[in-house]
Design a protein around this ligand. Structure first.
Ligand SMILES: O=C(O)C1=C[C@@H](OP(=O)(O)O)[C@@H](O)[C@H](O)C1
Ligand SMILES: C=C(OP(=O)(O)O)C(=O)O
Length: 421
């Protein structure tokens, strides 16, 4: 399928003259698709995954699994049929995972259960995203693993099922390290305890997503205390799984609705999502009276959406709890502050690891020709497009970067009545 905007070097958004209305379903959840692809690959037998996301991030995961001997069929645009043999084979080439954090972190841990050497690598952006804490944790379980720069590439010399034991992980930079260890731990020779070594963890909701997906594929995890899980050596059982729509993708549609006073039916109620970013719905619904302080810790991927919305809020908004946005696809705190200030000096600024958005409702309807730098970050592109719904002259550079998680994004906006230059 070809999608609007993916082949362009820039896309200028023409503010719609009427509220956005219509029905647009977001694609399947990236987080859940990449978890269940992996769990299905580790199971013995065939699993049918429906409602899946087909995007760069999930294509990288699927391709890596194929490289490790798993059959991954794609009978239609939203399904994967995965046939696993209970374990992954050693690949003949490095696994190239683009800038997919989930695929990179999850496969690093699971590679330790392969009999042979696995190299996990990514694009230049991924090569700047830290993986040291996960490497250290795996090494403490006896895994032979190296990541000289503290970022990919990572070389893992797997020796089959992990030894039973206990592993501590510092998840301050990424909750994905915890999810990765939990998923690998079910492929142990005996029970493995996964414990947080610090108090900090990214969004805990992502660990809950991991535990729910593992349970669907037959894993047995006991919560020992608030910071420790004990994973039984069950391996995984093939299962059919219906993936819910992507809550982070939904935030752009909720925000487009709030900004234009429209009515967009995304086909799923906010309360029905199990992903952390669905918490952003209530904040978006409070627009233009969003609170003065928003703690983004539990809805990190929604922060770009909320920050761009905040520029039109009645009062300024400070975003706290977002330090790890500095190690996402780009330094999102810097990118948001820089691009907001590019629209109008002073509109966004950093204060330590907080982001402050100086709301200005008088911006609505103004012409402020601005070329938004997107730093190869899908969320910077998708969120700043929202500014173009209320301002004339917003141009998104490299609009194709949305393909990481939402290749149909520009088409979705067009379906709702947005036009582009
Ligand atoms: O586990 C997951 O699916 C994710 C966890 C979050 O990352 P961190 O845990 O690195 O903060 C989130 O930003 C990412 O988009 C998806
Ligand atoms: C941070 C993100 O992705 P990942 O860590 O999975 O690359 C994201 O999708 O916003």
């Amino acid at each position: 399928m070809t999608y609007l905007g993916l082949d362009r070097s820039a896309l200028t958004i023409i503010p719609p003259t009427a509220p956005l209305r219509g029905r647009v379903a977001p694609p399947g959840s990236k987080s859940i698709t990449n978890r269940v692809l992996l769990l299905a690959a580790l199971a013995t037998g065939t699993s049918r995954l429906t409602g899946a996301l087909k995007s760069d991030d999930t294509a990288r995961m699927a391709e890596a699994l194929r490289d490790m001997g798993v059959r991954v069929d794609e009978p239609d645009e939203t399904s994967f049929v995965v046939t696993g043999q209970g374990r992954l084979a050693s690949p003949h080439r490095p696994l190239f995972l683009g800038n997919a954090g989930t695929a990179t972190r999850f496969l690093t841990a699971v590679a330790a259960t392969v009999d042979g050497t696995v190299v996990v690598d990514g694009d230049p952006h991924m090569r700047k995203r830290p993986i040291g804490p996960l490497v250290t944790a795996l090494r403490s379980l006896g895994v032979e693993i190296e990541a000289p720069t503290g970022c990919p590439p990572v070389t893992i010399r797997g020796r089959g099922p992990l030894d039973a034991g206990r592993v501590e992980i510092d998840a301050g930079l990424s909750s994905q390290y915890v999810s990765a260890l939990l998923m690998a731990a079910a492929c142990g020779k005996g029970p493995i305890e996964v414990a947080l070594s610090g108090t900090e963890i990214g969004a805990r909701g992502y660990v809950d997503l991991t535990l729910a997906a593992m349970a669907s594929f037959g894993a047995a995890v006991e919560r020992v205390d608030a910071a420790t899980w004990r994973v039984a050596p069950t391996g995984y059982r093939a299962s059919d799984f219906a993936i819910e729509p992507d809550a982070s993708a939904a935030t752009y549609l909720w925000a487009a609705e709030a900004l234009t006073g429209g009515a967009i039916d995304i086909g799923t109620k906010a309360a029905a999502f199990t992903q952390p970013d669905a918490h952003a719905h209530a904040l978006i619904a409070s627009f233009p009276h969003m609170p003065a302080v928003i703690d983004g810790a539990q809805m990190q991927d929604a922060v770009p959406t909320l920050a761009v919305l905040a520029m039109f809020n009645a009062t300024p908004v400070r975003f706290t709890g977002i330090a790890n946005l500095r190690v996402k696809e780009c330094d999102r705190i810097r990118a948001l502050a820089t691009e907001l200030a590019r629209i109008r000096p002073g509109l966004g600024r950093e204060e330590g690891d907080d982001l402050i958005v100086a709301a200005d409702p008088a911006l609505v309807g103004q012409t402020l020709p601005t070329q938004i730098e997107t730093y190869a970050d899908h969320r910077i592109a998708m969120s700043f497009a929202l500014a173009g719904l209320k301002l004339h002259g917003i141009t998104i550079l490299d609009p194709g970067c949305v393909a990481k998680t939402y290749p149909g994004y520009w088409q979705a906006l067009a379906t709702l009545g947005v036009r582009f230059d």
